[in-house]
Design a binder for this molecule. Structure first.
Ligand code: MTE
Length: 322
């Protein structure tokens, strides 16, 4: 099993296990010789889960996809990932998105791809990506509020979609927009932020191998509170860049506005790369809490993904371009 460059989470932190299953059955499914390696990589986990599903029947797949008790302080449980959220369209409390997103309808869904591309269009979600692009990846999510979760995403690399729509040479940035549906998203009836939520990346960031559009987590479709049916995952950036429930992807020449920068420009920049050396004006970013615990862990430069991304910022003053 090859370890891919972004699989930075140490093996000791990652042991998938089925709490509803006998551990030996899971290891057997993963393949005895490959068990340790399988535990380490998204492919290994996906392969093992597929085998288990085939053995047990797909109906139980969601419940079966969980992690070993001994690792729960390192890998975030399904309940935590889907119960502790930031999604202000459904309220500002961490439990609000799970509580108030029941009316939200993530299907049917279409995404408009527009601007500086040779192949603009409005794509039904199922036509936006090729099923062969789908993969599972485990990434740490570091929120700017100094907590982190480690989440097994399902989805596809944004670079696949970028190649398909053929950006022109004027495409220097990619702008993303969340759906605006105040009838289904109660938080949009309050002016906590300027709706719709918008985010953006530089084109090379968007095309980086790590940049991911998630359609699921823990092997099942994204729950509404996590940004169904399509959300961005950029693991070296603070969580607020991970825009949810995306309806528009626009390629453009100029740097697009971003919601938190508009809301508090002195606190949130465009790049928002995880950086333990640059504090938030109101708190330190040197450490964070690994939820659900209270223990603090050192925050790593680029959230531990420096090898894959630091070349994109050569020559930039990372303190100034926070
Ligand atoms: N996207 C939208 N549209 N609205 C939001 O309020 N919150 C962001 C980001 N994406 C947010 C959003 C923040 S601050 C974080 S930390 C992550 O979503 C949280 O993602 P999660 O709830 O799936 O862990």
């Amino acid at each position: 099993m090859t370890k891919r460059s972004w699989d930075t989470i140490p093996e000791s932190e990652v042991t998938p296990e089925e709490v509803y299953l006998d551990r030996r059955q899971f290891i057997a499914a993963a393949g005895v010789a490959g068990a340790a390696a399988a535990a380490l990589t998204p492919e290994g986990i996906a392969a093992a889960v597929r085998t288990v599903r085939a053995q047990r029947g797909a109906s139980q797949e969601a419940q079966e996809y969980t992690w070993g008790a001994e690792m729960q302080d390192e890998l975030s449980s399904y309940d935590l990932v889907t119960g502790h959220n930031n999604f202000y369209e459904f309220g500002t409390g961490k439990g609000d998105p799970a509580r108030y997103s029941g009316e939200f309808r993530p299907r049917p869904w279409s995404v408009e791809v527009s601007g500086e591309v040779n192949k603009p269009g409005t794509y039904d979600l199922d036509d936006l990506y090729d099923p062969s692009w789908i993969e599972d990846r485990i990434y740490r999510l570091r929120c700017v509020e100094a907590w982190s979760l480690t989440i097994p995403w399902r989805g596809f690399a944004l670079r696949n979609l970028i190649s398909r729509v053929e950006p022109t040479s004027n495409a220097k940035y990619v702008a993303f927009e969340t759906v605006y549906r105040p009838d289904e998203m109660p938080g949009q009836n309050r002016r906590v932020l300027d709706w719709p939520y918008v985010e953006g990346l530089r084109i090379d960031e968007a095309a980086n191998e790590l940049t991911f559009l998630a359609t699921g987590l823990y092997g099942r479709d994204l729950p509404n509170q996590n940004g169904a049916p399509l959300r961005l995952v950029v693991p070296w950036k603070y969580g607020f860049k991970h825009i949810k429930s995306i309806v528009r992807i626009h390629f453009q020449e100029t740097m697009p506005p971003t919601t938190w920068n508009l809301s508090a420009p002195q606190e949130y920049g465009f790049y928002a790369n995880v950086n333990p050396n640059v504090d938030h004006p109101r708190w330190s970013q040197a450490t964070h809490r690994v939820l659900p615990g209270i223990r603090r862990t050192d925050t790593l430069m680029f959230n531990g993904y420096a090898d894959q991304v630091q070349h994109m910022y050569a020559g930039m003053d990372l303190a100034r371009w926070y």
